[in-house]
Ligand binder design. Structure first.
Ligand SMILES: NC(=O)c1ccc[n+]([C@@H]2O[C@H](COP(=O)([O-])OP(=O)(O)OC[C@H]3O[C@@H](n4cnc5c(N)ncnc54)[C@H](OP(=O)(O)O)[C@@H]3O)[C@@H](O)[C@H]2O)c1
Length: 305
C-alpha cells in the first residue's frame, strides 16, 4: 500500500515510520513539506500523492501553550483531520487518526466513589483547549462520511522526543527528590505499543479481500492504551525501579513524593480520571494489550538493530 504518514518527527510518527516502511511505500512529509495549519496545502498534497491510506499521528500537543494559541491548535487538531477525511472520502480510502483521553472531563466514578474506565460511548466534555480541538478533529472526521479509525490514547511516552519518561529519567540523574502529582489517574502508553497495534490493524486491512467491507465492519472510535492504571507518581516510581534495575540511572534513585495536582498548577486543567477501557479494541481486532508496566519494560529494553 501507499501510505501517507504525518508527524514523523513526533513520538508516534517516528515509531510508526520504520515499522510501516517494512511492508509499504510510506510518504512522510515533514512540516516544511506540508504544514498542517494550511488546509489548502493538505488538500493539494493528498490530491498529488493519491495514497491508499492516510495515517495522521501529527498534532498540536503543547497542552498548556494551546490555552493561548487556540487558533493554531484548532487549525492543526480541529481542521486538518477534517481535510484529510474529506480527501480520503474523495479518493475512497481510509483514514487512521489519533485522539486523546482529554476529550473527557475525568469526573467518571462509580457510585461508591471508585474510579471507573471510560468506554468510547461515554459523554465527552473536554476541560482544556487542547481537548476541545482534538474533539473537534474527531467530529470533523465523523461528519465527513469517510472510512476512519480514531484511536484515543493517553499519557504517551517513548525513548524519542519530549515526554514524561525522558523528563523523569533526566531529573532522576540530577535531583535527590522528585515531587510528582499523585491524584490524577491513567494508563501510561508507549508509542511502541500504539505503533505495533496500528501496524497489526493495517495488516488486517491489507489481508481482507474486500477493503470497503472491512472498513464498514471496523470503522469507529477505539480506546488504544495499555492495561491497568496508575498515577503520575506511581508511573515515576516504576520508571525509577526499572531504570535502576537496567542500569540507566547514574546515581541512587531519588525519593519520590506524591503531591496533589493543586500544588502543581498548570495553565491547562487536566482530568483526574484518564482511564480508558480498551475492551472494544481487543474484541474488534483480536489483539492483546500489554499492562503499562510491561510496555514500559519493553520501551526501556535495549533495541535490537
Ligand atoms: N503525547 C501524549 O501524551 C498524548 C496523549 C494522548 C493523545 N495523544 C495523541 O497521540 C498522537 C501522537 O502524539 P505524539 O506524542 O506522537 O505527538 P508529538 O510527539 O508532539 O508529535 C507531534 C507531531 O506533529 C507534528 N506537527 C505539529 N504541528 C504541525 C504542523 N503545523 N504541520 C506539520 N506537522 C506538525 C510535529 O512536527 P514538528 O516536529 O515539526 O513540530 C510532530 O511530528 C497525537 O494525535 C496526540 O494528540 C498524545
Amino acid at each position: 500500500m501507499k501510505i501517507l504518514l504525518t508527524g514523523t518527527t513526533g513520538q508516534l510518527g517516528h515509531t510508526l515510520l520504520p515499522l510501516l516502511s517494512q511492508h509499504h511505500e510510506v510518504i512522510a512529509p515533514t512540516r516544511a513539506e506540508l504544514d498542517l495549519s494550511d488546509a489548502v496545502a493538505i488538500a493539494a498534497f493528498v490530491g498529488d500523492c493519491k495514497p491508499d491510506l492516510i495515517i495522521n499521528p501529527a498534532a498540536y500537543t503543547a497542552v498548556d501553550k494551546a490555552e493561548t494559541e487556540l487558533a493554531l491548535a484548532h487549525a492543526i487538531n480541529g481542521v486538518a483531520p477534517g481535510v484529510f477525511a474529506e480527501q480520503a472520502k474523495k479518493l475512497g480510502i481510509g483514514l487512521i487518526h489519533y485522539s486523546t483521553d482529554y476529550v473527557y472531563d475525568g469526573s467518571l466514578r462509580l457510585a461508591n466513589g471508585d474510579l471507573v474506565s471510560y468506554t468510547e460511548d461515554a459523554a465527552t466534555n473536554p476541560l482544556n483547549v487542547y481537548g476541545k480541538t482534538k474533539l473537534a478533529g474527531e467530529q470533523a472526521i465523523i461528519t465527513s462520511g469517510c472510512q476512519y479509525l480514531i484511536f484515543r490514547t493517553s499519557w504517551v511516552y517513548s525513548t524519542f522526543g519530549k515526554n514524561f519518561l525522558l523528563t523523569m529519567l533526566r531529573l532522576a540523574n540530577e535531583r535527590d527528590e522528585l515531587r510528582v502529582v499523585s491524584d490524577q489517574w491513567g494508563a501510561p502508553t508507549s508509542a511502541d505499543s500504539i505503533a505495533s497495534t496500528t501496524v497489526d490493524i493495517v495488516g488486517q486491512l491489507c489481508q481482507s479481500n474486500d477493503a470497503a467491507q472491512w472498513w464498514k465492519a471496523h470503522q469507529g472510535i477505539y480506546h488504544l492504551t495499555t492495561k491497568g492504571r496508575t498515577s503520575w507518581c506511581g508511573f515515576t516510581e516504576e520508571i525509577l525501579r526499572q531504570a535502576t534495575v537496567s542500569g540507566r540511572l547514574k546515581k541512587t534513585a531519588p525519593i519520590v513524593t506524591g503531591i496533589p495536582a493543586i500544588d502543581y498548577p498548570t495553565p491547562a486543567q487536566r482530568p483526574v480520571n484518564s482511564c480508558l477501557d480498551t475492551t472494544r479494541l481487543v474484541h474488534a481486532f483480536g489483539i492483546s494489550v500489554p499492562t503499562w508496566e510491561v510496555a514500559l519494560a519493553t520501551c526501556l529494553a535495549p533495541k535490537q538493530k
